[in-house]
Ligand binder design. Structure first.
Ligand code: TXA
Ligand code: MG
Length: 332
């Protein structure tokens, strides 16, 4: 895989034209879509062959369900059944925005999208380009994050081309460039099919926000790996990631690593959780581009977006520490 700086901007693969993206989707092609959270790799959710290609291009195990993206709360017909008052409240308050609801699936959400489950994850993304695409396309778009399975999510069109460019076909597929993602971490996922509802993945909409809006106390996720982003290891760069709470611990570990002859850097955006989220995946990717052995990250406090950032960092650290037996030994 070429490094991002060597990736040619293939003018036939990358475009800002929504009309072209609609055409590609209607002909069964894949379109990488910008969203406020991360870029997704979209297919017409009602075309089984196109959805199968999403799994292939991502190298994602087929049992993992995809999120269906629709144009608005009024576009849920057929995708879900029996919208509860709680679901209606969240849809009206949080959409378009970084919230995915898991609901009972309707007939349009077939098993190739839901991974054989009777529930479907659904959201209305808060990005003007993709909202226009959804309105013009008319249907639902099944879209996981546009990265190879288990790796770092993309927040720019360039990231998508770097990760998936060799697996996409110019003239058939498209990367729709809508600029860098504003939020930078994936949507909050709340499962409304259980009582009380469970939060399956932390995101920009906090557990407190959801509890307040629904006037109840949601539960933490239970059951084996309810969402793939809940696997212990995910979002992993190639370099080792070590997470600490304090800057002085980071400096100490970095000095030890340097003394051991390792290439190391310290990343500290702990004072600004919003920037920490927005830049997290670009930061992890840059660590790999700089061929670091170790990235020591000072994590933000566990409040608001800081909770989502800490979640992704702990998974990045778990993935980077366990995947490659040949990497330099751990520090600290
Ligand atoms: O912000 C986001 O949610 C991005 C953008 C592109 O919308 N999408 C995203 O998709 O992060 P993905 O596939 O990388 O992560 C979706 C997560 C997976 O962990 C999947 O298991 C879970 O959502 N999920 C989807 N449908 C589900 C369902 N019916 N029940 C439980 N989990 C579900
Ligand atoms: Mg993902």
């Amino acid at each position: 895989m070429p490094s991002p700086s060597e990736v040619p901007t293939d003018s036939r693969l990358v475009s800002t034209e929504v009309g072209l993206a609609v055409e590609r989707l209607r002909s069964g092609g894949l379109v990488a879509i910008p969203t406020e959270t991360v870029y997704g790799l979209a297919a017409d959710a009602e075309r089984a062959e196109a959805v199968a290609r999403v799994f292939e291009v991502k190298a994602r195990p087929t049992g993992h369900p995809l999120i269906v993206h629709v144009a608005g709360p009024d576009a849920l017909d057929g995708w879900v059944v029996g919208l509860s008052d709680a679901a209606r409240t969240l849809a009206e308050t949080c959409w378009p925005g970084p919230l995915t609801m898991v609901l009972e699936r309707g007939p349009r959400a077939s098993h190739h999208v839901t991974g054989g489950r009777d529930t479907v994850g659904i959201r209305v993304p808060g990005h003007p380009v993709t909202l226009e695409l959804l309105h013009r396309f008319g249907g639902g778009l099944a879209a996981p994050s546009a990265n190879r399975f288990g790796r770092v999510s993309p927040t720019t069109a360039r990231h998508v081309v770097h990760d998936l460019g060799t697996h996409l076909v110019a003239g058939r597929d498209l990367v729709l460039d809508g600029g860098p993602s504003e939020i930078g971490v994936e949507s909050t996922i709340v499962d409304l099919t259980c009582d009380p509802p469970q939060v399956l993945r932390a995101g920009a909409i906090s557990v407190d926000d959801i509890d307040r809006l629904l006037d109840l106390t949601t539960a933490a996720a239970s059951g084996p790996s309810r969402a793939s982003g809940m696997l212990t290891s995910h979002y992993a760069p190639s370099c080792r990631v070590v997470v600490v709470d304090r800057r002085d611990d980071a400096e100490r570990l970095a000095s030890q690593a340097v003394a051991a002859g390792q290439r190391v850097d310290v990343l500290d955006r702990s004072a600004d959780p919003v920037a920490a989220a927005r830049l997290l995946y670009a930061d992890l990717r840059r660590a790999d581009e700089s061929a670091l052995d170790v990235l020591v990250v000072v994590q933000p406090p566990a409040q608001g977006l800081g909770i989502a950032v800490r979640d992704r960092l702990s998974k990045a650290a778990a993935g980077s520490a366990t995947n490659d037996p040949d990497r330099p030994s751990p520090i600290g």
